[in-house]
Design a protein around this ligand. Structure first.
Ligand code: FA5
Length: 346
């Protein structure tokens, strides 16, 4: 017994000395001192020894257990101290290194312009309404006085989702949705994304419009003119002039396309400089929106009496306004997510 205890003592001390990590120390503790540890079992086995051998063997086993406990604790402290030193040595922070910069996000130029447009109309007492991007044929065309065979449907190359569902080609269906659910007086703008099979420097397959309409007992073309003139003067310069050109939309009668004085040449068309202005191509005017008095036929679709109510409506392209405001010549720049472009707008 004495001899085997001596061997065990050497083995335990040797193994403790070779432990290099905290888990190794813990494993060793369990192996020797745990509930089924080798030393624990030996202590429990004392009762099977002849009574005269028990005191001495017990004494020696207890000594060995205390020694193992002390050595394990000491080794643990040593390993922990070494680990701390290693962390301090390897993970030091060089506070002289330059910090990493946090890029500040900013608003997309179209969001800036959209918010500005909405603000101007809110200031005139308009409310904001929204409609679905995926529309049905009825709201996008039919109720806007464009039956299935109407040639005006071809003016807006449509993305169809199914026979009856499509990506809305304009924000005008929101007029129908609002009028179906509410009664006049109404003074609404409907901003949102619209979709057309169109793609070049001034046309994008997805772009944004802001629809506006006012319906009440005696709304006239003069109201339309007043609202749009105020709007353009707030968004551009206070002295900007507007020009109303006769046009055609199936859902307004009479209809107009509205041009504003060119933002670059101020309506001169570049004549003074001797070459045509690159923004308005020398005409001095820029088309910015379509508008008109809501067609009586549309009122009938939503159950209003055209004898009792009248109203105007308009729809503008937000990208076009942003291009004029910031002097951008290619609409595709808005959608390429090039940070060098986007960083210019605050
Ligand atoms: C319409 O969409 C009518 N719903 C506007 C309207 C509303 C008229 C209410 C009368 C009453 P139009 O197809 O012209 O009209 O488009 C309106 C504006 O959207 C255009 O003036 C132009 O600024 C813009 N736009 C049209 N197609 C594109 C496109 N592919 N990319 C960018 N902007 C476009």
């Amino acid at each position: 017994m004495a001899e085997s205890l001596e061997t065990l003592r050497e083995e335990v001390l040797d193994r403790i000395a070779r432990c290099a990590t905290e888990p190794e120390i813990e494993d060793l503790r369990v192996e020797y001192l745990g509930r089924k540890g080798r030393l624990t079992l030996l202590l429990r086995g004392l009762k099977d020894l002849p009574p005269e051998e028990r005191p001495q063997a017990g004494e020696r086993l207890n000594q060995l257990r205390r020694l193992a406990e002390e050595k394990l604790a000491a080794r643990l402290a040593q390993v922990k101290a070494r680990e701390k030193e290693r962390i301090l040595r390897e993970e030091t922070v060089d506070i002289t290194l330059p910090g990493s910069r946090w890029e500040r996000g900013r608003m997309h130029p179209l969001t800036l312009v959209m918010d500005e447009i909405i603000d101007v109309f809110l200031g005139m007492g308009f409310e904001v309404a929204r409609g679905p991007d995926i529309e049905d044929d009825y709201h996008n065309f039919e109720a806007l006085n464009m039956p299935k065979d109407h040639p005006a449907r071809d003016m807006q190359d449509t993305f169809f989702v199914s026979q009856d569902r499509l990506l809305r080609t304009h924000t005008s269906p929101v007029q129908i949705r609002v009028m179906e659910s509410r009664r006049p007086p109404l003074q609404i703008i409907a901003p949102g994304a619209v979709y057309r099979h169109d793609d070049d420097a001034t046309h994008s397959p997805m772009f944004h419009q802001v629809e506006g309409f006012m319906v009440d007992g005696h709304i006239s073309f003069a109201d339309l003119k007043g609202v749009l003139t105020h709007f353009i003067r707030r968004i551009f310069r206070p002295e900007t002039k507007l020009r109303f050109r006769p046009s055609f939309f199936p859902f307004t009668e009479p209809s107009a396309e509205i041009d504003m004085q060119c933002v670059l040449c101020g309506g001169e068309g570049g004549k003074r400089e001797g070459s045509a202005c690159r923004v308005c191509k020398g005409s001095g005017w820029l088309e910015i929106l379509g508008a008109g008095m809501i067609d009586p036929q549309v009122f009938k679709f939503v159950g209003y009496d055209p004898e009792r109510v009248s109203g105007f409506a308009f729809g503008m392209g937000v990208e076009r306004i942003a291009m004029l405001k910031f002097g951008i010549e290619d609409i595709r720049l808005f959608f390429q997510n090039d940070l060098r472009f986007l960083r210019q707008f605050v």
